[in-house]
Write a protein that binds this ligand. Structure first.
Ligand SMILES: Cc1cc2nc3c(=O)[nH]c(=O)nc-3n(C[C@H](O)[C@H](O)[C@H](O)COP(=O)(O)OP(=O)(O)OC[C@H]3O[C@@H](n4cnc5c(N)ncnc54)[C@H](O)[C@@H]3O)c2cc1C
Length: 371
């Protein structure tokens, strides 16, 4: 029997980042069912940092995380975590209402004229896109460096990571959670449920009311075109979120921005979805696809109101939710890790969160009493 102060279930970005902070003062064991940490959603993202995305509470978490990305702790990573990218939200003539709405919520973006759009977007076809909004401070995240940085930090603090360990049962006895995997038995007074699309499965095992998580499949691919893509081009986003693309080396990373309900699983890309987004992009950019280099899909897991769930369950002691990271789990990881440690350890709120005026209430699991 392995004993620890805290057992974290899930070694994606949520589990890894919170384990890194918790292990500064507690003994922590991280369990993941896969042979590789980050195999599921964390390893399948678009790796973008944008402060204009998500609910108001999520935007605060993103803003609060920027400083960590720009100034990570010494030794955390070898190269910068952020690389400037910028986003251009693009609109056809029939999408001008969406431009107005976007501007009303995000007044900091810069309106681009048609000629400015052509100057910034190589191969842009004439006459199709009539408006663009530039979000200049959006950036690419080095997700692998962030994730391995957190796992290294946790290991250096003495945390143990056990892979190929699917949690199969959970029982609360005499103040401890007894956790069983195929090969191990562990116990700790606190478990952190950071199982991504599987968080409700973990809750059911523990006899905790589920939160009604909705895993939504999102497809992505890297496509080679007949002309090399300018590596410095901005991330291009259809203003109504029907497609996006950004440079990936001299190719394009593309997505139809789909949100298809799914059971928790090892998600895969459907060729028809990739064909549809290739077509949407060739309507806007004067490029001919040559080859789909790679394609995949990942599950973005949302709650009914779109906010994360970070907090202890009410009905059972020592069961901590770290769930519902949707499409923002990478860019908010530094703030969410600090928030979860604050709540688990009943510690003072760190200055960088307090300065953002963060209200914990939107993240409370108690808002889903019926699951
Ligand atoms: C196409 C796409 C684009 C995205 N783009 C962005 C972006 O630009 N910026 C951004 O911030 N976010 C983005 N996201 C979202 C981001 O990737 C997620 O919010 C984040 O990765 C969720 O992390 P997680 O740790 O909660 O989940 P996961 O990475 O899925 O980790 C959960 C882990 O739990 C483990 N697990 C489950 N059940 C068990 C069990 N019974 N026992 C043991 N282990 C278990 C799984 O194996 C898994 O490793 C994108 C996602 C997709 C799919």
């Amino acid at each position: 029997m392995i004993e620890a102060d805290i057992i974290v279930i899930g070694a994606g970005i949520a589990g890894a980042s919170s384990a890194a902070v918790l292990s500064e003062t507690k003994s922590v064991v991280i369990l993941d069912m896969e042979a590789r940490a980050g195999y599921h959603t964390t390893g399948r993202s678009a790796a973008l940092f944008t402060e204009n995305y998500g609910t108001p509470a999520i935007k605060i978490l993103t803003r609060a995380s920027r400083d960590f990305f720009e100034n990570p702790p010494k030794g955390f990573c070898e190269f910068p975590l952020l690389t400037p990218r910028g986003i251009i939200h693009m609109a056809r003539a029939d999408q001008l209402e969406s431009v107005k709405n976007f501007l009303a919520i995000h007044p900091d973006v810069v309106e681009l004229s048609e000629s400015e759009l052509h100057a910034r977007i190589p191969h842009l076809k004439s006459g199709r896109i009539v408006a663009g909004l530039l979000e200049a401070d959006a950036a690419d995240i080095d997700v692998n460096a962030l994730h391995t940085g957190y796992l290294r930090q946790a290991k250096n603090n003495g945390a143990e990571l056990h892979l190929n360990q699917a949690v199969t049962s959970l029982a609360y006895k005499d103040g401890f959670w007894e956790v069983t995997t195929g090969k191990m038995q562990l116990r700790a007074p606190i478990i952190v449920n950071a199982a991504g699309a599987w968080v409700d499965e973990i809750a059911k095992m523990a006899g905790v009311a589920p939160i009604g998580i909705r895993p939504l499949k999102r497809t992505a691919a890297v496509v080679q075109y007949d002309k090399p893509i300018d590596r410095d081009m901005c991330f291009l986003n259809d203003i109504d979120e029907n497609w996006y693309c950004k440079p990936e080396g001299s190719h394009l990373f593309i997505s139809p921005e789909d949100e298809q309900p799914s059971a928790p699983c090892d998600a895969w890309a459907d060729d028809m979805d990739i064909a549809a987004v290739i077509e949407a992009i060739t309507e806007v950019l004067d490029l001919e696809p040559v080859k789909v280099e790679s394609s995949w899909a990942g599950l973005r897991s949302f709650t009914a109101d779109g906010d994360f769930v970070v907090g202890f369950a009410e009905d059972v002691p020592g069961f901590f939710w770290l769930a519902g990271q949707g499409g923002y789990g990478i860019q908010t990881a530094p703030a969410v890790a600090a928030l979860s440690a604050t709540l688990i350890l009943n510690a003072p709120v760190p200055d960088f969160l307090a300065q953002q005026g963060l209200d914990f209430q939107p993240f409370s699991p108690t808002r889903f009493p019926e699951g």
